[in-house]
Design a protein around this ligand. Sequence first.
Ligand SMILES: Nc1nc2c(ncn2[C@@H]2O[C@H](COP(=O)(O)OP(=O)(O)OP(=O)(O)O)[C@@H](O)[C@H]2O)c(=O)[nH]1
Ligand SMILES: C=C(OP(=O)(O)O)C(=O)O
Length: 212
Amino acid sequence: MQWTLVIPLKPLARAKSRLSDTAADGVRPGLALAFAQDTVAAALACTTVAGVAVVTDDELAGRELAALGARIVPDTPAGGLNAALAHGAAAVRALHPGAAVAALNADLPALRPAQLGRVLAAAAEFPRAFLADAVAIGTTLLAAGPEEELRPAFGIDSRIRHRASGATELTLADVDSVRQDVDTGDDLRAALTLGVGPYTAAASAGLLIPGS
Ligand SMILES: Nc1nc2c(ncn2[C@@H]2O[C@H](COP(=O)(O)OP(=O)(O)OP(=O)(O)O)[C@@H](O)[C@H]2O)c(=O)[nH]1
Ligand SMILES: C=C(OP(=O)(O)O)C(=O)O
C-alpha cells in the first residue's frame, strides 16, 4: 500500500516553545524548521510514501519544504492541530480519492525511511492505527486506510485518546526514530543520540543540550 503523509507545522515563530530552556528565541524557529526539513526529507525517501502534504501558513517553511518535494496546503482558519490535520487529509483526498493517509509529526529529526516503512506496513493491516511517542504519552503517527476517516485526536494524552477512538496501537520493535519527537531539551539529546538528519545537525551545533 502507498501512503500520503500529512505533516502539520505551525508558524515557526511560535513553534517549539518547550525548547526555550535549550534554544533562545532567535534560534528556535530555525531549529523547528530543521526538524521539519529532516522529517519531510526522510518521509519522502520512504519507498511506500507516495507524497507528503505539509499543512502550514509559514512562508519560509512552505518554501523550504516545497523545495524538498512536499505539497504545501495552507492552514484552515478553523485553527488548531487537529483541524489542520483533518483539513490536510481532505486536501489529499480531494486530489486522490481513497488515498491511504497518515498524520506524522513535524518534529522527528532522527526519522529513518526504513523504520517509517515498517510502521506504515504494520498500519496497513488495520482500518486506523497509531504509534505512541517515545515517552508513551503522545502520538507521532496516526494512519487511516483508504476507506477510513483520519479522525485525529492529537494533543495532550493523545495515546489514550487515539486508543479510545478505536485506532489500533502499533507495538513494533526497532522503530525508535519514528517515535522520537522533540519537545524538550532531553528529547533533543535523545534524538541526537539516535542520529539526526543533516538540517538538525547543522542547526543544533553549538547548543548546550542538557546532559551532554
Ligand atoms: N498546521 C498547524 N500545525 C500545528 C498547529 N498546532 C500545532 N501544530 C503542529 O503540530 C505538531 C505538535 O504541535 P505542538 O506540540 O502543539 O507544538 P510544538 O511547536 O511542537 O511545541 P510547543 O510549542 O512546545 O507546544 C507540531 O508539528 C506543530 O508545528 C496548527 O494550528 N496548525
Ligand atoms: C501533539 C502531540 O505531540 P507533542 O508531543 O508535540 O505535543 C501528541 O503527542 O499528540
